[in-house]
Design a protein around this ligand. Structure first.
Ligand code: GAP
Length: 440
């Protein structure tokens, strides 16, 4: 049923623009480098990705709670985390075309733009966006747009502990915007300057940290496959010891095989007790945990599964994209999983000038939209309407025809198999609930 179509980024970018998933930001002004806007279907898809993550890592677990911290944080946060001094890329300028690149993004020592081989000396470039808080612009008013959501969790560790009386191990999950002044952004929404992260800080004892790390790698890998990504397009890449920060005990990337090559979707890091220790040192607040049985005090160790919402959304789109030949014509179908499909049901009246038929279709849509994301479309012939819905991943099309007025039945067509079934109007909602809620 499923072709292993190796799609191109051009096809994905074109589909996203054409059908309203993702647009270039500020396009009428010529766009702004590496910022993208999610359109009507994109926002539904991205919200579904976030909801699926939240359900899996917060609601379906006993050991996790959520948080929504501010984007703007006290500047000392970034001193403690090391971002002020270390969150740098080494940047070089090509002497031939004068474009600037990350040194590690040169292709075999050559400029990716013009192929030049001579560069200026590498310079450290801090990726944090600076801004100022309040009406007086001086050194003391400088703050940063957060480059990761993780620090919002660490600075709230004590608040959450005091409020919830959690015992180790437990984790805090957060979804939110992060900002990085990337030097060489690109590959559509893969590397953006403004993006969303979904991060977990999982606090545990030093003794259990290594086992927790392994568990989270497997759980996070399974999350992607449970939502439809083919296993053969995912891999785990443990970092070599020279890639690790000095405090890290391990890091494994979950990589997806994008059209531009294997690239990181999410990193799972064993961060030891570095973060809480640093914040305790810089804030002067005791961030240790007291074991309720032994009364021993210590800094919990942290396992950090850190993923990107936009990268995950892009991977789901790429993996779902399929083309097949049906009756001599090409059908493009987005085989998104049930929880992720932006539109679950399309109601399609076969004739738009038949009042009772239109009324039946509109009433049906009104009922169904209480339960599922629905669209109503009467702007083309039925074959074209089906193709439009296939291309955006709509799971079911419900067609209302003249016969429906007599036998009170409608045709329900399934996206992947294209199988059609007549279903009594009064049963359609229950029929779809049954089909769609399976695996939701
Ligand atoms: N707190 C750890 C941390 O932020 P990271 O590897 O720098 O680690 C985690 O980022 C995830 O955030 C990445 O795996 C990726 O999915 C996403 N991400 C990072 N930079 C990004 C960018 N410029 N554009 C889109 N997503 C990005």
């Amino acid at each position: 049923m499923r072709n292993a179509v190796a799609t191109s980024m051009e096809k994905i970018v074109s589909l996203c623009k054409r059908r309203g998933f993702i647009f270039p930001s500020s396009e009428i002004y010529g766009g702004l480098g590496s910022t993208w806007d999610y359109g009507p279907l994109g926002v539904e898809l991205k919200n579904n990705v976030k909801a699926a993550w939240w359900k899996a890592v917060v609601h379906e677990r006993d050991d996790m709670v959520g948080l929504d911290a501010s984007i703007l944080m006290h500047p000392k946060t970034w001193e403690a985390s090391g971002h002020t001094s270390n969150f740098n890329d080494i940047v070089v300028e090509c002497k031939k075309c004068n474009k600037r690149f990350r040194e590690d993004h040169l292709i075999k020592g050559k400029c990716p733009q013009c192929g030049g081989t001579e560069f200026t000396e590498g310079r450290a470039f801090n990726l944090m966006f600076k801004t100022q808080v309040g009406a007086v612009a001086d050194e003391s008013s400088i703050i940063y747009l957060r480059p990761e959501t993780a620090q919002g969790i660490f600075v709230n560790f004590k608040n959450v502990l005091d409020a919830t009386h959690r015992k180790l191990p437990f984790g805090i999950a957060q979804i939110g915007k992060s900002f990085r002044n990337e030097v060489t952004p690109g590959n559509f929404t893969f590397r953006m300057r403004e993006f969303e992260q979904m991060e977990i800080e999982y606090f545990t004892t030093p003794k259990d940290a290594a086992a927790c790390y392994e568990r989270w790698i497997n759980e996070r890998f399974s999350w992607y496959t449970s939502l439809g990504i083919r296993k053969e397009n995912l891999q785990q890449r443990p970092h070599a010891s020279d890639e690790l920060a000095h405090y890290a005990k391990g890091c494994t990337d979950i990589e997806y095989q994008f059209p531009f090559g294997w690239s990181e979707l999410e990193g799972i890091a064993n961060r030891s007790d570095y973060d809480l220790k640093q914040h305790a040192k810089f804030s002067g607040v005791d961030l240790q945990y007291q074991d309720p049985v032994t009364t021993e005090k210590f800094f919990p160790h942290v396992i950090e599964p850190s993923g990107g919402v936009d990268r995950a959304t892009l991977a789901f789109l790429v993996d779902a994209y399929d083309e097949e030949e049906v009756e001599g014509r090409q059908r493009v179908v987005l085989r998104l999983s049930k929880p992720l499909a932006p539109i679950k049901v399309a109601v399609l009246p076969l004739i738009k000038k038949n009042e009772p038929l239109v009324a039946l279709a509109k009433n049906l849509k009104k009922d169904l939209q209480k339960e599922f994301t629905c669209v109503y479309d009467d702007t083309a012939a039925i074959g074209k309407l089906y193709r439009r819905q296939d291309e955006i991943g709509t799971f079911y099309c419900v067609t209302v025809d003249v016969q429906s007025l007599e036998d009170k039945q409608v045709t329900v067509r399934e996206r992947d198999t294209m199988r059609q079934e007549r279903v009594p109007v009064d049963n359609v909602q229950r029929y779809l609930e049954d089909k769609l809620n399976k695996n939701l």
